[in-house]
Design a protein around this ligand. Structure first.
Ligand SMILES: [Fe+2]
Length: 338
């Protein structure tokens, strides 16, 4: 396993599984294709824990393959470091059907934005001495136009059968690019590993620490995957609620505009709640707290109105899933007016 090390963006490794795993990958791909209800969907996934029968046995062969022991030598910044504990986070492992639409960058992505636009897979945790790695292994062939890129490492690969890409779940900036105009569905296995640096391994109660960190990642991932999945190709109110929410962080102008709008709402609420006759510090703090709560409720109400409006437009046929992103549309309106 050849590693590219980067102290800011995490370590990455790209390679190919030994060929004796290809037959196993073939069987996984064939069986999983039969389980996908709508092959035109952008994504579909199943957790390892929900698999049954032969596909689960085959998945197990890949997730416990010896090759992943190489993570022990590459998980941390320096080549001298070593992961004394390498824990396979089975609860996060999954089979994933990825079918990004041609020209997806020009349309609305909703929940799929979380996979296709440049991103890190998790931005919440930094446990000292711990690194979490994700391995993506491709089980299908025929991909000549969909590329997975580690942006800052300047590494990219068109994943085909047996190819794997391994990267830091918290640090590595990556994206998916598609150049062709026809769908290129791929079936991917996603594996997750928690590595603990050897310098921490002798600490007392280290297993409690490892277990706690593991559970944090599992809860985060289950929530993220659930909301992202129902927000991808949305057709329900809940789908649009989470879909718009997932796409929002990827548009800096919209983020700044929302932040500025929130400040305006908050200042209005503070002005409303502060009485000129109550000027003690206790009353000011109490009224400010009240204003913050009301302003958050205001923002939530406005967001629900936006989701309801988009959902109604979808139901009436006024917008289609492939239409320009709501956010990009808003940005273009602002640009035209300025
Ligand atoms: Fe990702």
């Amino acid at each position: 396993m050849d590693w590219i090390r980067d102290s800011n963006y995490g370590n990455v490794a790209v390679g190919k599984l030994p060929s004796h795993y290809f037959e196993t990958l073939n069987r996984i791909a064939e069986e999983y294709l039969l389980q996908i209800p709508d092959k035109t969907a952008t994504t579909h996934h199943s957790y390892y824990g929900d698999l049954v029968g032969d596909i689960k046995k085959d998945f197990r062969k890949i997730q416990f393959a010896d090759i992943w022991q190489g993570i022990r030598y590459g998980a941390f910044e320096t080549p001298e470091s070593f992961a004394a504990i390498l824990h396979n986070i089975l609860e996060m492992n999954e089979v994933y059907y990825s079918n990004p639409k041609p020209n997806f960058a020009g349309g609305s992505l909703y929940g799929a934005a979380a996979n296709l636009i440049p991103h890190r897979d998790c931005i919440l945790f930094h446990f000292p001495g711990i690194r979490v790695y994700r391995a993506i292994i491709c089980a299908t062939d025929g991909n000549s136009d969909t590329t997975t890129e580690f942006i800052t490492h300047k590494v990219e690969r068109q994943l085909n059968k047996g190819d794997y890409m391994l990267f830091d779940f918290d640090r590595t900036l990556h994206q998916v690019k598609k150049t062709g105009q026809t769908p290129t569905p791929r079936i991917l296995l996603k594996l997750h590993f928690l590595a603990l640096d050897m310098t921490y391994a002798r600490s007392p109660y280290i297993w409690i620490y490892v277990k706690f960190a593991t559970n944090c990642y599992i809860v985060y991932y289950r929530v993220a995957r659930y909301t992202e999945q129902i927000g991808t190709d949305p057709k329900t109110f809940a789908g649009f609620f989470f879909g718009i929410l997932w796409e929002y962080p990827f548009y800096a102008r919209v983020r700044y505009s929302v932040a500025a709008f929130y400040c305006a709402v908050l200042s209005l609420r503070i002005r409303q709640s502060l009485s000129p006759f109550e000027s003690t510090s206790v009353s000011v703090i109490a009224h400010t707290r009240e204003a913050v709560v009301y302003s958050v409720v205001d923002m939530m109400a406005i967001y629900l109105c936006i989701v309801a409006a988009v959902y109604c437009m979808f139901l009436s046929g006024a917008i289609h899933l492939r239409h320009t992103s709501l956010f990009r549309h808003c940005i273009s309106i602002v640009q035209k007016r300025t």
